[in-house]
Design a protein around this ligand. Structure first.
Ligand code: ACO
Length: 365
């Protein structure tokens, strides 16, 4: 009897000791983790690349009934870069990526994730993997993300989730587009706006979180304002078996609606992102908007009461490069010494979908 009690006591004691030991280990582990937790995000490198061919407004006016004066006054664009047949999204994105990796001082093999924001991949199945191969980033997983001109901001937010959850440490985020492939070069309402290019940023796990706030939005009911749709063409494979064997058309846009949408929604979304960052607009060093139209940049800055000297603008040289416009402008401003370590940037992308979003971040670690 006594022996049974003693055995039961010993078993209960062992169980108790086991539970205490396990909880001590778990607690110690979680404390240890929280002390050196790398769940913040820092943007540590940037790079950009544009195709070699220039097309200025004078050249465009030989193509369609327009003028340098009309384009400059209505959009602020003077010239754009266009990709030749020997250039591709993959080639310009790879060049931009190499520059971003150099600035961040990491090797392609250090990358865990390559995220390509594009609406114009070289391959409909995705072009991020081709960039992975070009870079030799053998340890990374690569995929595309499509959110038109909001792609870079949406990509930043997406990458941040992987970093914050501890899944990935080093992410290469690229925004690259060759919209000239999909522009109707006879349509003066759209062909004056767009250009080609690529920008890349390296995002790394960091003790201090430099992504201070964000907000991303979409409204598919406004899709018809700006799209690049598939045009189906019926083909009968066998009697009664029809498939659609078409192609993509050209960019179609209601310029006035897109303008109205941008001027209203962009200040709103920046305000929301600033609220989540617990910052006021006065604490923003740089307003970095998708480079669509100088009049949109001016109107948004005015609504937010941000003076023009704190607005980054390079669209005179490149036009609207879609997902590439924010990372190209960021890269130029960093390399020019305009944006300095620790500066607070309010970035906002907006475009087809319709999609729009804002991210408030500080440059550097
Ligand atoms: N050259 C000369 N005249 C022109 C041109 C041109 N390139 N384009 C249009 N016009 C004419 C029009 O035919 C019209 O003439 P009409 O009055 O005799 O009919 C007149 O100029 C005014 O045209 P609007 O379309 O009213 O010009 P608006 O002032 O709206 O400017 C623009 C057009 C520049 C496209 C403007 O609406 C805009 O920038 N909208 C935002 C577009 C944008 O940013 N899109 C990209 C979003 S990002 C993405 O996801 C890809």
């Amino acid at each position: 009897m006594l022996l049974v009690y003693s055995q039961q006591f010993q078993a209960a004691y062992r169980l108790l000791t086991f539970i205490v030991t396990i909880s001590t280990v778990l607690l110690a582990d979680s404390c240890g983790e929280s002390e050196c937790k790398m769940s913040g995000i820092a943007i540590t490198g940037s790079g950009s690349a544009v195709p070699g061919t220039f097309l200025d407004n004078r050249g465009l006016s030989e193509l369609v009934d327009t003028s340098d004066d009309w384009i400059t006054t209505r959009t602020g664009i003077s010239q754009r870069r266009l990709a030749s047949s020997s250039e591709s999204v993959t080639s310009i994105a790879t060049t931009a990526s190499v520059r971003a990796l150099e600035m961040a001082q990491i090797e392609p093999n250090d990358l865990d994730l390559i995220l390509l924001a594009t609406s114009t991949p070289d391959d409909l199945f995705g072009s991020a993997v081709a960039i992975q191969a070009e870079l030799g980033a053998n340890n990374a997983v690569a995929f595309d993300l499509t959110a038109a001109c909001s792609g870079f901001v949406f990509g930043l937010v997406t990458a941040a989730q992987y970093i914050r959850t501890g899944v990935f440490k080093n992410v290469l985020l690229i925004g690259a587009d060759i919209l000239s492939r999909w522009v109707d070069w006879q349509d003066r309402r759209t062909c004056i706006l767009f250009g080609d290019g690529a920008g890349a940023s390296v995002l790394q796990a960091n003790e201090c979180d430099r992504l201070l706030g964000f907000e991303i939005k979409s409204d598919g009911t406004l899709n018809n304002c700006l799209n690049l749709g598939y045009i189906p063409q019926s083909q009968e494979l066998l009697e009664g078996v029809n498939i659609s064997k078409g192609n993509f058309g050209n960019i179609s846009m209601n310029g006035k609606e897109v303008y109205r949408f941008a001027v209203q929604r962009v200040p709103e979304v920046i305000d929301k992102a600033l609220f989540s960052a617990n910052l006021s607009v006065e604490q923003v060093d740089w307003l970095l908007l998708h480079q669509a139209n100088q009049r949109i940049l001016d109107a948004v800055a005015e609504r937010l009461s941000i003076p023009s000297e704190r607005v980054i603008s390079n669209l005179a040289n490149y036009g609207n490069t879609s997902a590439a416009s924010i990372p190209i402008a960021l890269d130029e401003a960093v390399r020019d010494g305009k944006i300095k370590l620790g500066d607070t940037i309010a970035a906002s992308g907006f475009g087809a979908g319709l999609t729009w979003g804002a991210a408030i971040f500080q440059w550097g670690r």
